[in-house]
Design a protein around this ligand. Structure first.
Ligand SMILES: Cc1cc2nc3c(=O)[nH]c(=O)nc-3n(C[C@H](O)[C@H](O)[C@H](O)COP(=O)(O)OP(=O)(O)OC[C@H]3O[C@@H](n4cnc5c(N)ncnc54)[C@H](O)[C@@H]3O)c2cc1C
Length: 365
């Protein structure tokens, strides 16, 4: 006789893993985790600010920083926070921990082709024609949006150099001293040690570039600011993520992750919001009613929409805006804002200090 699982978790990326990590809260239930890349997904790092709901991630984090900066051609804005450190976590390490094989979990690497509901039971058909059954679907499958939207796209290399050249106590969140001809472009520099760092060329634009373009940007940056001509590439990560407000899917599933709108549209940060979404789901019994809350406040989504319109219209203005944001917020306020926890005072500070003309134009567009 066919097993009917209680929960089929489809898509085992950041959101699927976060859900599975909490599955012990659903007592005596059987889970199947299905992902086309579950054993073949490329490792990468996740960055986030320490918040009360990121405790579980913090247990696995690799390194933490109290200080970070934003740099433009003219100035460097430095932030410091004792309470909300910036942390990074390796996907692989966290995944192994979350998927520790226990008897309640079946893991399946395959592509889900179709899902139908028959007599209150979901029938899931995989690419190899295997079929499995579940009472509930927890879905985080990534899909392409059928409209034009701003993207955050990037390629980063973890490099090792001969001498101690990086300031390992300060992470560079955005360094805009790079080619701005193709859109908003900055370097994200994660110093793991004095001689080891992730250097990521990151763009906010509608079109992705070829790999050589980002690699050239990294090379130019290392030469210009560190006088480096030689290094060893230890690892590479790349990605393209949507910077747009995503409508909640209309289906009978428990929708989680990016495709349920968990990513912060104006920054591409999702990890912290996914933790919040999953924590709400379990804490408030929402899982019983399949009633998923969007982890963003309505006012923040509205501010993000206006902000994105300004970014789309004027990429040079964008640098000015990030620098202004840095000047008006201290480290704690910045971390709270990026993690969706800004209070009204922080929001008003931002609204009053932003350049009025482009924001009013975007608002009435
Ligand atoms: C390289 C990279 C670095 C990032 N760094 C950060 C960061 O530092 N901080 C941060 O906050 N965010 C970061 N993000 C953004 C965000 O946190 C991630 O995109 C996050 O992985 C989103 O989680 P998710 O579960 O919604 O989607 P995903 O992690 O993309 O998971 C979706 C899963 O669904 C599977 N899938 C899709 N279709 C099917 C199908 N038909 N059948 C079976 N499986 C399917 C895919 O294989 C995938 O594993 C990064 C993203 C990338 C790509």
């Amino acid at each position: 006789m066919q097993t009917i699982f209680d929960y089929a978790v489809i898509g085992v990326g950041a959101a699927g893993l976060s859900f599975l990590k909490e599955r012990h809260q659903l007592i005596n239930k059987k889970f199947i985790a299905i992902d086309k890349n579950i054993h073949t997904q490329k490792n990468h790092i996740f960055g986030f600010w320490n918040m009360p709901w990121t405790k579980e991630l913090t247990r696995h984090s690799h390194k933490k920083w109290n200080a970070w900066s934003i740099i433009s051609q003219d100035e460097e804005i430095s932030f410091y926070s004792e309470k909300h450190k910036y942390e990074i976590l390796y996907l692989d390490k966290w995944k192994n921990e979350s998927l520790k094989s226990e008897r309640d979990l079946v893991i399946c690497q395959n592509n889900v082709r179709t899902i139908y509901k028959k007599n209150k039971i979901f029938e899931i058909t995989l690419d190899n024609d295997d079929v499995c059954y579940a009472h509930n679907i927890v879905d985080s499958r990534s899909t392409k949006l059928d409209r034009k939207y701003l993207k955050q796209h990037f390629l980063g290399q973890t490099i090792k150099v001969k001498n101690d050249i990086f300031d390992e106590n300060k992470l560079v969140l955005m360094d805009f001293r790079v080619d701005q001809s193709k859109g908003i472009h900055f370097i994200y520099l994660v110093p793991f040690a004095k001689n080891k760092a992730l250097i990521e060329s990151t763009m906010f634009s509608f079109n992705e570039e070829n790999d050589e373009w980002y690699i050239k940007a990294i090379e130019n940056y290392l030469y210009k600011f560190y006088n480096l001509k030689e290094w060893t590439v230890l690892d590479e990560e790349k990605g393209s993520i949507p910077m747009t407000v995503i409508d909640e899917p209309k289906n009978d599933f428990i929708n989680i992750g990016t495709m349920s709108g968990a990513m912060k549209p104006s920054s591409g940060y999702a990890m912290s919001f996914i933790q919040k979404q999953i924590s709400d789901l379990f804490q408030n019994d929402l899982i019983i009613n399949k009633n998923i809350t969007n982890p963003h406040k309505k006012i923040d989504l509205w501010m993000d929409k206006v902000f994105l319109k300004v970014l789309e219209a004027d990429s040079i203005m964008a640098i000015d805006i990030f620098i202004k944001l840095g000047k008006i917020l201290n480290g704690d306020e910045f971390a709270l804002f990026m993690s969706g926890q800004a209070n009204m005072l922080i929001r008003l500070k931002i609204i009053f200090k932003m350049p009025k003309k482009p924001f009013l134009k975007a608002l009435f567009h």
